[in-house]
Design a protein around this ligand. Structure first.
Ligand code: ZN
Ligand code: ZN
Length: 289
């Protein structure tokens, strides 16, 4: 199993007031004063009973979802001398690769290139109310794609692959170990739940499938996961932080630890993001699990 060990950086986002110089989820992005804020004009799928499709009348402003500095998370493979990753998305459902998901944009920057930046960059977060279907296009957004601003509490852990993706022989050995020693490899030893950088992606919803780069065909590399919840009833035995185990379910403090970002991603709750090892200009791939 040693050959399969990978380090994941668990982000442990918790509600706070991040600023533009912090690594964060859902806080303000450091933004060049002379650079227009990105927008999305892709067709929106309205999540009613039959997924009506609507072309926005005017472009929808993107929302800053994460900002990650190399000085905090050097484990990220920053391309071409960059040292800052900003993740934005359009907070609407778009039909991409047979999934209804927000449309993402990844921006890789070099901090030394940022000479002048906005003091008060645009920010939308989860207290912005759901927009009704007849709202102006520029206001269209789904509350569950608007993150609550969170500071990060980084933790490095060792992960192993989702059991179903391992060779048959190892799967059988792990099953025996689970049965004989009462271990729960899948929940406790393999893939950490919650928001994280690197490590392994989970394949608990679908069988594993290949995610080649759309541009060059290379196998993409797992970058990070955005998750709806930080643990579930099984994984909490290992992955719920010890410092928070005294929190009572149903209280605000438990909710802020368990669902800190307020994001809701898919039925089972995590979006795994992959990038091409050859060029940051080759877009991204994803799977919802
Ligand atoms: Zn959009
Ligand atoms: Zn590529």
């Amino acid at each position: 199993m040693k050959a399969y060990a990978r380090t994941a950086v668990r982000l442990h986002p918790r509600p706070g007031e991040p600023n533009i110089h912090d690594s964060h989820i859902g806080g303000p992005l450091i933004w060049p004063a002379d650079e227009p804020w990105p927008t999305c004009d892709r067709t929106i799928a309205l999540p009613d009973d039959d997924w009506k499709h609507r072309i926005p009348e005017s472009p929808v402003p993107m929302v800053g979802v994460a900002q990650l500095y190399a000085r905090n998370i050097p484990e990220i493979t920053f391309p071409n001398g960059t040292d800052l990753l900003q993740v934005l998305w359009c907070p609407n459902e778009h039909l991409l690769e047979d999934n209804h998901v927000p449309f993402l944009q990844l921006i890789w920057r070099r901090i030394s290139d940022l000479t002048g930046y906005l003091d008060d960059p645009p920010m939308r977060h989860h207290e912005t109310p759901d927009s009704p279907p007849d709202a102006p296009a520029s206001e269209l957004s789904l509350e569950y794609y608007l993150p609550r601003p969170c500071l990060l509490n980084l933790e490095r852990v060792t992960e192993y692959p989702h059991s179903a993706t391992l060779p048959q022989q190892l799967q059988a050995a792990l099953k025996r170990w689970d049965n004989e020693a009462g271990v729960m490899y899948q929940s406790l030893l393999s893939v950490a739940p919650g928001c994280k950088i690197g490590g392994w992606e989970s394949w608990h919803l679908t069988d594993k499938y290949e995610l080649p780069c759309h541009v060059c065909g290379a196998e993409t590399k797992f970058l990070m996961a955005f998750a709806s919840k930080e643990w579930d009833s099984e994984s909490r035995l290992r992955w719920q932080p010890l410092e928070e185990r005294h929190l009572e379910p149903g209280t605000v403090s438990y909710e802020e630890a368990h669902e800190p970002t307020t994001l809701e991603l898919g039925r089972y709750g995590a979006l795994y993001l992959f990038v091409c090892p050859h060029s940051p200009d080759h877009g991204y791939r994803f799977t919802i699990q």
